[in-house]
Design a binder for this molecule. Sequence first.
Ligand code: SAH
Ligand code: F3S
Length: 462
Amino acid sequence: MAFVFLFTMNRVFIKTYGCQMNERDSEQVASSLRGRGYSVVDNEFDADVVLLNTCSVRDQAEQKAIGKAGYLAKRKRTDPNFMIGVMGCMAQNRGDELVDRLPDLDLIVGTQKFHRVPDHLDNLIQTMSGEGPKPSTIVDLGEETDSQNTIKDHLPKKNQVSAFVSIMQGCNMNCAFCIVPKTRGRERARPMEQIVEEAHALAEQGVKEITLLGQIVTSYGRREFPVVGGKSPFVQLIEKINDVDGIERIRFTSPHPRGFKQDLVEAYRDVPKLCEYVHLPLQAGCDKTLRAMNRPYTKERYREIVESLRSIVPDMYISTDIIVGFPGETESDFNESAAFFEDIGFDMSYIFKYSIRTGTPAETMLDQISKEEKERRNQVLLDILHTRSLWRNEQLVGTVQEVLVEGPAKRGDKFVGKTRGYRNSIFDGDERLIGKLVEMKVERATVSTIYGDLVLAGVDTI
Ligand code: SAH
Ligand code: F3S
């Protein structure tokens, strides 16, 4: 009887909010649940358990997840065995407060405890199937030594071309606006050999592109591993991944301008698989605002990094994160920032409207900027970005680009892939090309996509 009960309780749906780190953590949870005999389903209506993996970077992201948890809780009225868990950054950030606000939650799991989810679900199901009272919410938010080493397994996926690999957790910086140091803890690096092993295993499964993930990848291993031949541990790691047969492309996110030294710039010249694309958060293009944000660089230093990258790789693609409406950002500070943003010429950017985060240094800063003004500034930057991205894509019309084929496009019968510069590319293809490097002659460009025809069977033979 207990077996039958367990059997009917084992369908889990995981919904992920936020960044690639969260996507990666969710995949780890899915993989460990499968290993424990649960089935991971792709929609909430087929699930007995819904886990929300949450984001705290902006208030809106938290409100979305809280709203969703409240909505799911209604289902418990008709289905008392249905279970809801909240994992990740908001769980860590709001912890016990969530239990008060949402007493129907069964499970609250912090950012260092993802690997404990299968045990907790097993326990909950066992207690529920017994005669006793309904189990109370399990709250697991502690620190865990070496939790960074637990994000290592991947779900086997058909035709997987690209994979994220988590190389570290946490961040030791103290950017005034940012909740991440609170939700993710101190920097902890995974051992290099384990990361390289993971890359080998992914290559064997057919993965062609690896994106190395961390909150501040330029700090990777700086306490754990020595500098060798002038190269930081992060650059050493990139070189090792470059040696993995089968992997064709390497990317990473996110570096910090402070740790972006010449060895990393030169890696773009010397490491063939490292794609000529960098996501380098700027946050503000005005020294006064950067100082207030506690970002330890000037805009001129940022420009220097971009110039050294472009001098080594002339067709480098650069993307960024920038915040508008940080407390105290005056009209003229913003205009300076916008001018710098335009001057650098970003090919892609996430533009954020500043959101107050409880417990961060900026929480109590005076001169908060109004919602309308943040909206206006956001639009100014969006327009600049739009013009630049379109121009950059249009420069590609008539050229031949190397594209890594990902699969069929969501709509229509075309195929999609990416250039090394991370341009979304659309063309006529077929299933056999998935995972291959092909050459596309660009015929047409929009802000976000280039369209073209394949000119060769491929750099690989089909
Ligand atoms: N280093 C991390 C950054 C985490 S947060 C990474 O690797 O992605 C992602 C981005 O959210 C930041 O770069 C910043 O631009 C934005 N952000 C962080 N806190 C914010 C806040 N309080 N309001 C608005 N945007 C914020
Ligand atoms: Fe956040 Fe700044 Fe670290 S943006 S993740 S505290 S580098």
